[in-house]
Design a protein around this ligand. Structure first.
Ligand code: ZN
Length: 277
């Protein structure tokens, strides 16, 4: 991300990631850090997803309700639907739009485009808020994605991106069993430093990187399950009711730990603003 020297770093369980010696950014080559557990890029669980949606929406409207919103990687459109219900004008871009069922209200009233954010020249601009929830870890060219996001904002508009924390304690603790590695389309993991550097390079100001207390609540239980019983799971480890139950049961412990040790929080949130007003 910052152009410095990159060295391979081996984690327990046989996974090697390339880590930048300056900003700590991690790049993943599937040949050296395979996923080999899941068919689908998306391995969510409906109840957990709904809770996550509520929490994410709350994070995104923390600084007030935006009038114009664009989501990168809108998936089923569930978050855009929240913004629509709030009275916002919504738009989005997603490479896989035809593969999932998009909320019919969002489909009817939103400006939805198919494609990657990297080639987004025709997207609607002058946005108050551009956001992406767990998308930056999937993109091949995050510099381009951030630069496009910047250009889609009005002067003073803001971005919010959630992405797994490559500088959390999880990689040392779980190694190859870390749940974030179950998804084969996760090709990079930001650190707070590499995320801030990337935002700065894209022209943003008022850059803040937070570690979210309440995102990805099931990551520890899922990682432990993967560590204890490594085996192929075509539907993902969260396809198991026992693992979901363990995630719920361990929640108080997980939250207590996240409060005391912020580095155990698995998600980074980038908040930044396009200069001017
Ligand atoms: Zn770097």
């Amino acid at each position: 991300m910052c152009g410095s020297v990159v060295l391979g770093e081996a984690f327990r369980g046989g996974c090697v990631l390339d880590r930048c010696t300056r900003c700590g950014h991690l790049a993943r080559d599937l040949r050296r850090c395979p996923a080999d557990h899941r068919d689908l890029a998306y391995g969510g669980e409906p109840t957990l997803d709904r809770i996550r949606l509520d929490l994410t929406h709350r994070e995104l409207v923390r600084d007030g309700l935006p009038a114009r919103v664009l989501e990168i990687g809108y998936g089923s459109g569930a978050l855009l639907r929240r913004f629509l219900d709030d009275g916002a004008e919504v738009s989005g871009v997603d490479p896989d739009q035809l593969l999932v069922d998009v909320d019919p209200v969002v489909r009817a009233r939103g400006d939805l485009r198919v494609g990657g954010i990297e080639d987004a020249s025709a997207l609607p601009g002058e946005q108050d808020l551009v956001y992406g929830v767990h998308v930056l870890e999937h993109v091949e060219n995050p510099h381009r994605a951030l630069a496009v996001s910047h250009d889609l904002l009005r002067a003073g508009g803001r971005v919010s991106f959630l992405t797994p924390a490559g500088d959390s304690t999880a990689l040392d603790r779980y190694g190859a069993a870390w749940w974030m590695l179950e998804d084969p389309t996760h090709v990079r993991f930001f650190t707070a430093d590499s995320l801030a550097r990337a935002a700065e390079a894209a022209g943003f100001v008022d850059i803040e990187v937070r570690r979210l207390l309440l995102d990805s609540l099931s990551v520890d239980a899922a990682s432990v399950a993967r560590a204890l019983r490594p085996r192929p799971r075509p539907h993902g480890v969260l396809g198991s009711r026992a693992v979901v139950a363990a995630a719920v049961a361990s929640l108080p412990l997980v939250l207590a730990q996240r409060l005391v040790r912020p580095r155990t929080r698995p998600t980074l949130q980038l908040l930044a603003r396009r200069p001017g007003w």
